[in-house]
Write a protein that binds this ligand. Structure first.
Ligand code: XMP
Length: 514
């Protein structure tokens, strides 16, 4: 394992992903973890991330010198580089010499482990205020910029390396190469971590955890739950039962994808609950977005628990596990616990105990989203599931501005299907993060079609590009694709006489309309 020590800001996750792209397994630890605890994890190498602090700021995170004396190869980046410099006796000045953004780097390669085979001049991404003016004793200076005399250094004998810039961001042209030089040449690691090895390891771990007991998994139609279920299915086969609640708020073809394609690909035992009527009844007369979300969430839990109770009633108390598609970013962001949490599920169904305790199986806890997709692919899941864009749990229920009815849902489903078809046909699926299609059910406008006046509803297209859904920009889709979608929707979907494009970024707009 390569440990990535997180000094804050958003860099650690990106570094961990880049290490894994080099096919070496990596994990993130907080910079507050005591050095002996880090070393107890027996890391093959340690990377110190960048961070927002100045090494001179009061309360800035520090590192114990023993980290550099344990014989473990260390690579410091940005803040990690400066920390390494000051801890080992180099000089970092608060010179006011700031560098932000793309910066030319001058490399002196002779004998350098990190820079071998890379150009003498390369473009790197900088983001710092303080600057290193003298490397610690025993270190060779291997790069500089116009502003910073020491922009990279290394002590090959002690296996200590550092760069002032961010090798992990894509604007740094040779960043991945430099990182790989550290991993393979500096730390002597071999690229052996693959999704195949993840599957093997998880299958063995799940078998061991579950033994002869049984597990339940809720399928949502999304990537995470599908891949988690497929992995558990591979491990314990018929000891797993999946539950799919059809709330009637899915897009066209999605329920069939789960019922047919997913089952065909995995052979999983699936219990489908058709709860459309129940959801529609609960949503009748409700227009307020928060109210809708609450109702959908509440009904979902009730239906799921009912299904769970039926499975338990059939199978008996040996149903002890619940599968969850938790991903690594969630684990890191919630403080990186060790995953032993038990969750309680409350039951009011006759004959069952009040509280059933399940243990969690979370086979994706160590994976990033793109790795989950690769695992899904390797497990033979269809592309439509593995490459699916994000879709909210409350489904089309929060894409109808106004009351949710069966007729409106059917109409929106048609419009959404047209948009998705055309985006796919234009090869744009990978360029956009997602494209909500929204029905403004409470708005009507006048139009003309054939010889007649129409008084119909607008459909909103909301294509966005994003990294993580926290912020987003509207996607500049080609006009001809937009034209085609607009023409088809107004021609093919009854009651829709206008298609509009949402050109708001997030913030201030959210991605969804409700
Ligand atoms: P917003 O609208 O907040 O959406 O910009 C950010 C991302 O989250 C998705 N989203 C949800 N996903 N349950 C979910 O599982 C929800 O209630 C929910 N609401 C929004 C949205 O599609 C976007 O990807």
């Amino acid at each position: 394992t390569v440990l990535v020590v997180d000094f804050g800001a958003q860099y650690a996750q990106l570094i961990a992903r880049r290490v894994r792209e080099a096919r070496v397994y990596s994990e993130i630890v907080p910079s507050t973890m005591p050095v002996p605890d880090m070393l107890a994890k027996n890391p093959a190498a340690i990377i110190l991330s960048g961070g927002p602090s100045s090494v001179y700021a009061e309360g800035a995170p520090r590192l114990d010198r023993e980290l550099f004396e344990a014989g473990v190869p260390v690579f410091g980046m940005c803040y990690g580089f400066q920390l390494m410099a000051t801890t080992l006796g180099g000089t970092v000045d608060n010179t006011g010499a700031r560098e932000y953004g793309r910066t030319p780097l001058h490399v002196s390669k002779s004998g350098s482990t990190l820079f071998e085979g890379t150009p003498d001049e390369q473009s790197v991404w900088m983001s710092h205020g303080d600057a290193c003016s003298a490397a610690p004793e025993g270190f060779a200076v291997t790069a500089s910029t116009d502003v910073v005399p020491v922009a990279a250094f290394e002590n090959d004998e002690k296996k200590l390396y550092g760069v002032q810039y961010h090798p992990e961001v894509m604007h740094t042209t040779h960043g991945q190469q430099v990182l790989e030089h550290f991993l393979y040449r500096g730390a002597g690691l071999t690229p052996s971590w693959t999704t195949g090895s993840v599957i093997e390891e998880q299958v063995a771990a799940i078998r061991e955890q579950v033994g002869t007991k049984r597990a339940i998994c809720g399928l949502s139609g999304g990537v995470d739950s599908a891949v988690a279920a497929a992995l558990v299915q591979k491990a314990i086969g018929s000891q797993l039962t999946c539950v799919y609640v059809d709330h009637g708020l899915m897009r066209k073809g999605e329920t069939e994808q789960v019922e047919k394609d997913f089952v065909a690909a995995t052979g999983v035992q699936l219990k489908v609950v058709d709860a459309e009527e129940r959801f529609l009844k609960a949503l009748a007369g409700v227009s307020d977005p928060e109210e809708k979300r609450k109702i959908i969430g509440r009904e979902f839990i009730r239906v799921f628990e009912q299904a769970q109770a039926e499975i338990i009633a059939d199978a008996g108390p040996e149903v002890a596990f619940l599968v969850q598609g938790t991903l690594y970013p969630d684990v890191v962001e919630s403080g990186g616990g060790t995953g032993t949490a038990n969750i309680k599920s409350h039951h009011n169904v006759g004959g069952l105990p009040e509280d059933l305790e399940f243990q969690l199986i979370e086979p994706l806890r160590k994976l990033f989203k793109d790795e989950v997709r690769m695992v899904g692919q390797e497990l033979g899941l269809p592309d439509e599931i593995v490459q699916r864009q994000p879709f909210p749990g409350p489904g089309l229920g929060i894409r109808i501005v106004g009351e949710v009815t069966k007729e409106r849902l059917d109409l929106l489903r048609e419009a959404d299907a047209v948009a998705r078809e055309e985006l796919t046909a234009a090869g744009l699926d990978r360029d956009i993060w997602q494209c909500p299609v929204v029905l403004l059910a409470d708005v009507r406008s006048v139009g003309v079609q054939g010889d007649g006046r129409t008084y119909g509803h607008p459909i909103v297209l909301r294509p966005v590009s994003s990294e993580d859904a926290m912020t987003a920009d509207w996607s500049r889709l080609p006009y001809d694709v937009l034209a085609k979608i607009s023409t088809r929707i107004t021609n093919e979907v009854a009651d829709v006489n206008r298609v509009v494009l949402d050109v708001t970024s997030k913030p201030p707009g959210t991605i969804e309309w409700e």
